[in-house]
Design a protein around this ligand. Structure first.
Ligand code: SF4
Length: 273
């Protein structure tokens, strides 16, 4: 270890020791959040609603099974956990309980009643960790090798109209600006509509600062669903033919777990990297 490295190490340790007790308390919790016990199951190589429309090269790396070097940040972990807790609240404490009331205007639609249930090539999966109203499926109908793997927050019916339900939590600044669902969320909803056969999705946004909410019902056109199919088929083709897709430089690159190999124009990591 060089003298400079050693000096930096000592300085860092001293800085840690000088932290006030209260800061050490949150630092200990944050350390737990970014290093949780046990790693989850490895991701299935499949198209995901939250990413299939993003950079094609990024999806190419994911589908090839390249390990993403995404760093965990304490605040992101907290945001994720709060979002999950609020989802559980609206699903189990509100919609599921409400739907049980005989005079409720909103009811759950069982997965067996969804238009694509029982069709060849799509499997609805009952076992999952999410609240029971969550609809989970694996759809192999549109691609050759990589299926669509997705979970939507629920399927509901009200006043003889069936629709999917997608809950989103959002910060106050973004909530104020919201006049329609975010573009990314509309693309995410399109894959749910394509697979389930339910054309409408109710996006319900809850502001995490004020607890106000805004609902938007989107009904998807054939063109929008065709766009999804073209998108996943084109992306899959790059993987099947092992052709590195072009870069799509954007703000996302800063957070991309594949940036290292992408910058080097590599199809996969170098053997000893
Ligand atoms: S670094 Fe940017 S261009 Fe490269 S794979 Fe990631 S998102 Fe795509």
């Amino acid at each position: 270890m060089s003298l400079k490295t050693l000096a930096n190490k000592v300085k860092k340790e001293q800085k840690e020791m000088d932290k006030p007790f209260a800061e050490k308390f949150t630092a200990a919790i944050d350390n737990f959040l970014v290093n949780p016990p046990g790693e989850g199951r490895p991701n299935r190589l499949a198209f995901r609603p939250s990413s299939y429309y993003k950079c094609v090269r990024q999806t190419y790396y994911f589908l090839k099974g390249v390990t993403s070097k995404n760093k965990r940040f304490p605040r992101s972990q907290r945001i994720l956990a709060v979002g999950t807790a609020l989802h559980e609240w609206v699903q189990t404490e509100v919609l599921m309980k409400m739907a049980e009331m005989p005079d409720s205007p909103i009811k759950l639609v069982p997965k067996e009643e969804l238009p694509s249930f029982g069709k060849g090539g799509i499997e609805f999966i009952a076992e999952h960790q999410a609240p029971p109203m969550e609809v989970k499926f694996l759809d192999t109908r549109f691609t050759k090798k990589f299926p669509i793997s997705a979970m939507v927050d629920g399927s509901l019916t009200m006043m003889n109209k069936d629709f999917l339900f997608e809950f989103k939590t959002i910060n106050p600044t973004d909530f104020e600006m919201l006049i329609e669902p975010l573009t990314d969320h509309i693309k995410q909803g399109a894959i749910y509509a394509l697979s389930t056969g339910v054309r409408s999705v109710m996006f319900l946004y809850l502001c995490k600062g004020t607890q106000e909410w805004k609902p938007y019902l989107i009904t998807y056109t054939d063109e929008q669903l065709d766009w999804v199919v073209t998108r996943i088929q084109t992306t899959e083709q790059f993987v099947l033919e092992d052709i590195l897709p072009p870069k799509e430089i954007s703000n996302q690159c800063k957070w991309c777990g594949y940036k290292n190999i992408c910058d080097k124009e590599l199809k996969e990591p170098e053997k000893n990297s």
